[in-house]
Design a protein around this ligand. Structure first.
Ligand code: HEM
Length: 543
């Protein structure tokens, strides 16, 4: 007994010593990075740089700076991300601070100059693709055939955006049809609807009207597949990201059923792809510009002899895909990825906008007025949406307070990067803007915690009411869609969709929360924010 007591401290010390040694080795191996430039040949120097001790030292840290203890900070960030970022921002406003991520340091830049530095940096220095590979764990969650190409981004930016006015009638048609189906209002009765699930369904159907056209956009199994895939990517990425590289494929295999999802997507789009490739072979590459064809095999309950749009996302991808990407499997994976980028973000925004409307019923009448004036002038068109300034401001204010992620402009430094204030960060550092904290800065937005739905319609000091104030305007103060060359290419489409939704809801329904209920608490995981679940009550608008 005595022996045991005597030996315990030395055993404990040896155990702590050995654990420390293993932890340091593990940390140096775990944070070693295949994506960035080679580190120096001297192992100890490489270790110091990998751990960010030397070059990052000058930047203040939120949490532990110590290489080992920083893992606790990275872990804590999962539960407390927004307030950690707010704390760092308050202390270093318009400067730099850093916090630990699991595999590397993340440096947060705020203030117009530093954000401009990030915006202007070339892709081979600060890479959005490399950060997406890591942040979304894209190798395991998206698993594109050629992960190095993002041709879908150009397709969205050019073709989808150029076709917004032309496809608006279809988008609105699908929006109304799916809302009618999900919210069966009769007479003057109130109908109870689960908000998040309904918005996910409505956005999937509406978006896929332009992605694959009718009738596939109404196939419930197809919509569920793409929706589940989109929601799971975010969830799985967070979990897989916590494991070291050799364990990631195993964890990914346990968590996800990606191979079967890809197979299902292939089966859904196979008839379209085969028919269209055959036509492309017959008529040449210009075939996709033939806008419509008549179909005889549609769901007769809904539309008879409808025009089926051939100008859809799948067609545009087929026209631009090269190499392995120009196969059924390549296209199926790409369609899943595009759905993933579009559905989760837009349905979360629909949900946030609706919760804000239910929580602030005094906005309903002025919003109705805004819509009715615009529609009287321009009809239900893209030009009509552009005139709905109050609807636009309500959306932007919602995005300000309910940002989907408290980080944007996430980039991975592939080479050392020097900010305009002279501070250099090493290759392998993540860089981002603390958007959630910027959005709550009282110097930029007076009464920042207050929801002021018409904040962005009020005249400014320079008398220029609207310039730079729309939901689509990007600046260091409005990063909801990012900023610069890699800003969200789907933002024009997304904003039209959300504005069309809000405009339709206010002129069609009366809305409220269930008796005694209010907006649910959001779930925060790391920097991400997901709205909670609640029911909304709808009835036909009483005039
Ligand atoms: C309200 C809805 C949406 C929000 C809030 C949103 C937000 C964002 C943000 C913050 C970024 C990163 C920008 C940066 O880091 O600079 C981004 C990128 C991206 N978004 Fe969206 N997005 C939305 C809808 C969409 C839609 C509808 C699509 C597709 C049709 C889409 C496709 C993409 C793609 C492909 C990228 C990567 C761009 C690149 O790598 O250059 N997004 N989005």
């Amino acid at each position: 007994m005595v022996d045991e007591i005597d030996q315990t401290p030395s055993l404990r010390l040896s155990f702590i010593g050995a654990s420390f040694f293993v932890a340091v080795l593990f940390a140096s191996w775990y944070r070693r990075d295949p994506l960035v430039s080679p580190t120096p040949s001297c192992p100890s120097l490489a270790l110091l740089i990998d751990l960010g001790v030397s070059q990052l030292d000058a930047i203040p840290t939120v949490g532990f700076s110590d290489p080992i203890l920083s893992y606790f900070s990275a872990f804590r960030f999962i539960f407390d991300g927004l307030s950690r970022l707010k704390y760092g921002y308050e202390k270093t406003r318009r400067g730099l601070f850093k916090t630990a991520a699991f595999r590397r340091w993340m440096v947060l830049a705020s203030g117009p100059e530093l954000i401009e530095d990030v915006r202007k940096a070339p892709d081979d220095v600060l890479s959005i693709t490399a950060s997406a590979i890591e942040f979304l764990q894209a190798e395991y969650t998206l698993d594109l055939l050629d992960i190095t190409t993002d041709y879908h981004t150009d397709v969205i930016r050019a073709k989808l955006t150029r076709n917004i006015a032309a496809t608006f009638k279809d988008v609105r048609d699908e929006l109304i049809r799916s809302l009618d189906a999900s919210i069966p209002v009769h007479d003057d009765d109130w109908v109870k609807v689960p908000v998040l699930e309904t918005m996910q369904h409505v956005v999937s159907a509406t978006t896929n009207r332009v992605f694959v056209g009718f009738p596939l956009c109404r196939n419930q199994d197809y919509l569920t597949l793409n929706l589940n895939y989109a929601v799971n990517v975010m969830k799985f990425a967070t979990i897989i990201g916590m494991f070291p590289k050799p364990l990631k494929p195993i964890v990914a295999r346990i968590l996800s059923n990606l191979p079967s999802q890809i197979q299902q997507e292939m089966e859904f789009i196979r008839p379209l792809v085969e028919e269209r490739f055959a036509r492309m072979d017959e008529f040449g590459e210009d075939w996709d510009d033939k806008p419509v064809r008549r179909s005889t095999s549609l769901d007769v309950n809904v539309v008879i002899n409808a025009e089926v749009l051939q100008n859809d996302m799948l067609m545009w991808l087929m026209s631009e895909a090269k190499g392995v990407e120009r196969s059924l499997e390549g296209l199926a994976r790409r369609m899943l990825a595009v759905n993933c980028a579009a559905i989760h973000t837009t349905s979360t925004t629909f949900t946030n906008v609706l919760y804000r409307l239910l929580s602030n019923p005094e906005y309903v009448e002025p919003l109705r007025h805004d819509v009715e004036i615009a529609i009287a002038e321009e009809g239900w068109t893209k030009a009509g949406l552009d005139k709905m300034h109050k609807i636009d401001s309500f959306l932007r204010e919602t995005q300000r307070l309910d940002s989907l992620d408290s980080l944007t402009l996430l980039r991975l430094a592939l080479r050392p990067f020097t900010f305009s204030n002279g501070v250099t960060v090493p290759a392998g550092t993540l860089i981002a803007a603390p958007t959630g904290a910027i959005n709550r800065d009282g110097d930029i937005f007076p009464n920042p915690e207050e929801f002021d739905g018409f904040r962005f319609t009020k005249p400014r000091d320079d008398g220029n009411a609207m310039a730079g104030r729309q939901a689509l305007s990007m600046s260091p103060d409005n990063l909801a869609f990012g900023y610069g060359r890699h800003a969200c290419p789907g933002r024009f489409f997304a904003v039209s969709e959300v504005k069309a939704f809000l405009a339709h809801v206010v002129v069609t329904y009366d809305v409220k929360f269930e008796e005694g209920k209010q907006a649910p608490l959001s779930l925060h995981i790391g920097s991400m924010r997901m709205p909670g679940k609640a029911n909304a009550m709808f009835r036909k608008r009483q005039r």
